[in-house]
Write a protein that binds this ligand. Sequence first.
Ligand code: RP5
Length: 161
Amino acid sequence: MSVKIGIIMGSQSDWATMKEAAIVLDELGVSYETKIVSAHRTPDRLWTYGKEAAARGLQVIIAGAGGAAHLPGMMASKTRVPVVGVPVQTKALSGVDSLYSIVQMPKGFPVATMAIGSAGAANAGLMAAGILALQDAELAARLDTWREALSASIPEEPTDD
Ligand code: RP5
C-alpha cells in the first residue's frame, strides 16, 4: 500500500523539529515518508514532489521550514493534496519570520499552519492522522485512545516538583 503522509522539510536542520510529527505518527501506527525538499536550494525537487504527490497516493503533506519559509506555500501551489505547514523556530527572529512566511497565503492556495516549533510539528502529525482517520475507523480508534491517554496524564492539581 502506498504511503499516505509525506513529511518534508527545507533542510536537515529542520529535522530536530519535524521529527516530532514522525514520533506522533509512529505512536499512532501511521506510516509516512520523510524528504528534504528546499524551495530555494532544490526547487526542481519541490516541483517534482508536488507534481507527483496526488498520483502517488499522498493524502497529506506536512511541510516544515524556517526563515523565508516558502516550502509549504509553494508545495500548496503545486498540488491539491492538503498541506499542513510547520514554522520552524529560528535564531534571528524566533520563528515569527517562518510563521508569517507560511500563514499569509493568498486566496485559493491554503496551508493549514501550525504553531511555531516542536508543538506545531507534533500537532501537524495529529492533524494528518485526524484527516486520514476520517476514512479509517481503526486509526480513528487509535487516535481517540491517544487523546484520552494524554488527557488522563494531566494531574488535577499542581505540585511543587
Ligand atoms: C530554510 O532555511 C530551512 O527550512 C531551514 O529552516 C533554514 C536554515 O537552513 P540551513 O541553513 O540550516 O540548512 O530553508
